[in-house]
Design a protein around this ligand. Structure first.
Ligand SMILES: *Cc1c(COP(=O)(O)O)cnc(C)c1O
Length: 381
């Protein structure tokens, strides 16, 4: 009787891509080479012709953007506490201080109404996140950045294919960072890309990507910055090249499934349960995730119990994310409960439901029926 396990997410990789990977493996050149160049060219085309460089993670692209911007010790970077911890770890990695500003309870993104109050003479950059692919208001974001002379590093890890008012994320702005982790809307297994402003920045990004090395002539080599080991392999780039043509269909399918979630959650007996829903946006968001917020004041159980019961019913779920400022590393820097109350309450109760292109409407119905049943059985009297 039991349906097969429904995971939280699963990449869709077609046979042509698998064959293409085998070809790269047989080619004699498997690390960074022609496939990376081709992938970068296609990414640049998808980003309005801006310079794009590929890396082996989304995380390192943000660290490198901060280094290119000259951000380091003594500087502050304003960011959101409701993100993957990479978002603020990179600020610490360059020696700067992350400053957490609370989120907007509706968008679950950085609350732009609160950003200016957090700006000090040490502030150098804004590092917003498009959680679940829902874009931060780019007009307001860049108005604030311009007013205060700040750089912007867009953590658009989850927003590949999203747009702000019809303007594709990555086609404009300052630094834009994408991730191609397997959970993201397209994948290179591991990988990321950074959209830059000009060729000078792109050259610097290449140096930071591989030990700071600059080659010249036949045997010339110079090292002027301390770079790392962040290059993408051709094998990974070939996976990305096989994914890119599907981006629009993947995201269209995600939108359809998100619509199915909204429809199922709008049924009166489900709506009465008091789940917090994401903004019903079908024009800008790539629907990287579908996240509900559990009504903690109405339940006799915690999120962990709800997740365990979903799991027992054959349904995966996830937490994206616990608030970053309450992790030990950040508490040691002075952050504490009450600093970002909206992110704290959201972080305690947010639950990511399965959403990936190969899912069906029947899967969505099953998730909502199962979740509603769990909430009903554990409702406060
Ligand atoms: C996935 C993700 C990252 C990091 O990407 P990696 O490729 O795993 O390094 C950063 N920020 C956010 C919001 C993410 O979702």
């Amino acid at each position: 009787m039991s349906a097969p396990f429904l995971p939280l997410t699963r990449p869709t990789i077609d046979d042509a891509t698998i064959a293409g990977v085998a070809e790269v493996l047989r080619s004699g050149w498997i690390t960074s080479g022609p496939k990376v160049k081709e992938f970068e060219a296609q990414l640049a085309a998808a980003c309005g012709g801006r310079p794009v460089r590929a890396f082996n993670s989304g995380t390192c692209t943000m660290e490198i953007a901060l280094r290119i911007a000259g951000i380091g010790p003594g500087h502050e970077v304003i960011t959101t506490p409701l993100s993957w911890v990479a978002t603020s770890n990179v600020v610490l990695a360059v020696g700067a201080r992350p400053v957490f500003v609370d989120i907007d309870p509706v968008t679950r993104n950085l609350d732009l109404d609160r950003v200016e109050a957090a700006i000090t003479p040490a502030t150098r950059a804004l590092l917003p996140v498009d959680l679940a692919g829902l874009p931060v208001d780019r007009d307001r974001l860049y108005a604030i950045a311009r007013r205060h002379g700040l750089r912007v590093v867009e953590d658009a890890a989850q927003a590949f294919g999203s747009n702000w008012r019809g303007r594709r994320i990555g086609t404009e702005g300052d630094f834009v960072s994408f991730s191609f982790h397997p959970n993201k809307n397209i994948t290179t297994i591991e990988g990321g890309a950074l959209v830059l402003n000009d060729e000078r920045e792109a050259k610097l990004a290449e140096q930071y990507r591989l030990q700071g090395v600059v080659r010249s002539g036949t045997d010339g080599m110079e090292v002027e910055v301390v770079g790392g080991k962040f290059n993408l392999t051709d094998v990974a780039a070939r996976v990305g090249l096989g994914q890119l043509p599907h981006l629009e269909t993947f995201n269209a399918r995600r939108r359809e499934l998100a619509r199915a979630y909204f429809a199922a959650l709008a049924a009166p007996e489900v709506a009465a349960l008091g789940l917090g829903l994401p903004p019903a946006d079908f024009t800008q968001t790539n629907w990287h995730m579908f996240q509900v917020v559990l009504p903690e004041e109405r339940l006799t159980v915690r999120r962990a119990d709800v997740m365990a019961q979903l799991q027992a019913a054959g349904i995966g779920s996830g937490v994206h994310y616990p608030p970053i400022h309450l992790f030990a590393v950040y508490r040691r820097l002075g952050w504490k409960e009450g600093d970002c109350p909206v992110a704290e309450k959201t972080g305690r109760n947010i639950l990511t439901l399965p959403l990936f292109p190969a899912m069906t409407e029947a899967d969505v119905a099953r998730v909502v029926a199962t979740l509603a049943d769990i909430l009903r059985r554990h409702a406060k009297p």
